[in-house]
Structures are given as C-alpha cells and as structure tokens.
Design a protein around this ligand. Structure first.
Ligand code: G6D
Length: 346
C-alpha cells in the first residue's frame, strides 16, 4: 500500500489535502476531508489501463460553490425528508428544508459541506474521517460523533464504514454519493453499462421526487435488474416513472438473503464493480441532466455521465411504514458497512 498527499485547495484559509492510497494491483482511492469526499478512484481496465472511474469536480471551490455531492459523504439523512418533518417518541421536529418544502441530503449544511478531521493509517490502507455534528445542525436534535472510514484493501475493495453516537435521540442514515463511469472517460454516457441488482421491489416516486409509500414489484417493468441488462433499456424507456425524470432516480429494495447486492459492468473496458451493503436499499440515480455549473475535464457534466448506487436505509424511512428504523439513541452505536469491489472480466 502506498500513500501520497498533496494540497487540493483552501477552505477558510486552511490547506485541504488530498490523500491517495494505491494498492499492489494499481487501484487508487483519493479523498479529501472536506465532506469526507472521494475525489478519484483509479482502476485498471481489462488491458491494464488505469483510469479514473468516478465523476469528480476538480477544485475545492467547485465543491463549496456548487455542492455537486460527487463522491461525498451524505447525511445526517440521505435523500428527502417530506416537508422536513418527523417525530421521535411523540416529539415533533422541523429540520431545515433546502429543496422546495423538503429536506434533501442532510439539509443546507449537510455533512458533505463540512471540513472533517482526517487520520491516516497507511499500513491498514485507511483514511479515517471524524466530525462532531452539534445539536441543532440543520435542525436535527442531538450532538453526534460521526466517523467514516475508507479502507482500500489488497483484495481490491473500497470499504466504507460508518460509526456514530448521539447524546439525544436523533436520525442517522448516511450514504456515499459516488457516481461511477466505468468507461474511464466521463464524456461517454453510462447507457451501455450493465446493471444487476438483487432487488425485486422498487419505490415509485410521488410528487417532488419524494418516495411514495408503495413497494412495487419490478417484474415486467424496466426496473427489473434481477438479471443484468444495459442501463439504456431502463433509462430510455417510456415508463411513466422514468420518463418524468428522464432516467432513474429511484430507491430499490435490496433482497436480504444475498450478500452481494449488485454488479455494475461495462463491456468495453471490462471493468466491474460489485456492491455489498448491510442497508436495505440502494438509490440508483443516473445523472439525468447536463450540469453546466462546473466543468469536469474542461466540459460540463453531461446527461448520463455517471450512475450512483447510494446504499442506505430506504429514504424518508422516518415517515413511512416498513421502510426501516433510522432513529439513533443515546447509548447506541450506529455501525454500517458498504463495500465496492473492483475487478475486470472479458
Ligand atoms: C440523489 O435522489 C437524489 C437526486 O434526486 C438528486 O438530484 C441527487 O441526489 C443530487 O440521488
């Protein structure tokens, strides 16, 4: 394992470093403590060519100004909370809304906008980020101690471990918002990537992209990825749920029985990413519009430039029956793990 470090930018007059871990196989993860954000992920293709396979803005100013969520740690609560309202033990809370009347991705000052503390353990291949989120931040109760550990293994895994405690009952449902583009060329759309998901149900979206109450069967719909298929078969379909968003932006319910929850494969490069998680869902978002607020490699981020597999407890779980429990209480320790495994095949 090799570690390098360089200045990525400045935040509040302090240098922010980008740390890169590289394993024997030439897989490299780079990350910055701003937002505990993954800034680059380099893997070899089937011929051994090493390229970045994630969407990333190139400067810290772009992260601060545009908040693209690319590669960032999202929380305290990933996805949308309807009207920013919920109750815990009969007590009602109103958190800070930042998308229409709703809260998205932790609110206006979510975890992706914070400068975390970083500790590096080179021999363990670990970048350890910690952050104290004070009671009242974005309107949430409880002061939280949050730890996110990125581990790069010699077995070609990027492991994300979340750990958190609180001093008052609160909500916690983090994710990482990494977008993959396995071609290694972000100018290519991800439409020919093949996706397989251990998911027999998805959550249709209601108004304002909020999750509905319903767990719908994927059978006979473009949402059926139980057998691998090219993304374009779903993304370009005229299914009403997909057409209105010009792509996928949907929570998939992950089958409990299987350890491996999904595989993303790109035939030309031969690159493959397998996903493992202990959470009950992955939100699949296919970067449905062009974004010209910032540039990637000199160009706007195109429509379908990347795909996320945001592992988490189902979004808006606090307001929906049967979506999962995201309440964290004093005395408990939240622990969760997501692993992305990198390989190639012909
Ligand atoms: C998430 O589901 C949401 C999208 O709607 C949002 O636009 C994106 O993050 C930034 O995947």
């Amino acid at each position: 394992m090799e570690l390098t470090k360089k200045v990525f930018g400045q935040f509040k007059n302090k240098d922010v470093y980008e740390y890169t871990l590289t394993n024997e196989a030439g897989i490299a993860i780079s990350a910055i403590p701003f937002g505990a954000t993954l800034t680059k992920l380099v893997t070899p293709d089937k011929k051994g060519k090493r390229e970045n396979i994630t969407l990333n803005v190139e400067s810290l100013e772009d992260f601060v100004r545009h908040r693209p969520f690319y590669g960032a740690t999202i929380g305290r609560v990933a996805g949308r909370i309807t009207k920013g309202k919920f109750s815990i033990d009969g007590k009602e809370y109103q958190v800070d809304i930042n998308e229409g009347d709703n809260m998205l991705h932790g609110g206006p000052k979510g975890l992706d906008t914070k400068l975390w503390t970083i500790e590096v353990d080179e021999s363990a291949g670990q970048l350890v980020f910690t952050y104290e989120s004070k009671a009242g931040e974005n309107g949430f109760p409880g002061t939280m101690q949050i730890k996110v550990t990125y581990t790069l293994t010699e077995g070609n895994d990027w492991v994300i471990d979340y750990e958190a405690t609180t001093d008052e009952a609160t909500l916690f449902n983090p994710t990482n918002h990494v977008y993959f583009n396995l071609t290694g060329d972000i100018k290519q759309p991800i439409l020919d990537h093949q996706l397989e998901l251990a998911s027999s149900q998805y959550i249709p979206l209601a108004e304002e992209n909020l999750p509905s109450e319903e767990k719908a069967s994927v059978e006979g719909t473009p949402f059926d990825f139980q057998t691998a298929k090219p993304l374009k078969e779903a993304v370009l379909s005229d299914h009403e749920q997909i057409k209105q968003l010009a792509g996928l932006d949907h929570p998939f319910v992950l089958d409990k029985a299987q350890d491996q929850k999904g595989v993303l494969y790109e035939p030309e490069s031969g690159r493959e990413v397998s996903v493992y998680t202990d959470r009950n869902s992955a939100v699949v978002f296919t970067h449905n519009g062009e974004v010209d607020d910032y540039l990637i490699e000199g160009e706007p981020a195109k429509q379908y430039a990347g795909i996320t597999l945001e592992t988490q407890t189902l979004p808006d779980a606090i307001n929906k029956e049967g979506f999962g429990d995201i309440i964290l209480r004093p005395g408990e320790t939240f622990r969760s793990r997501t692993t992305y495994h990198f390989g190639t095949r012909d």
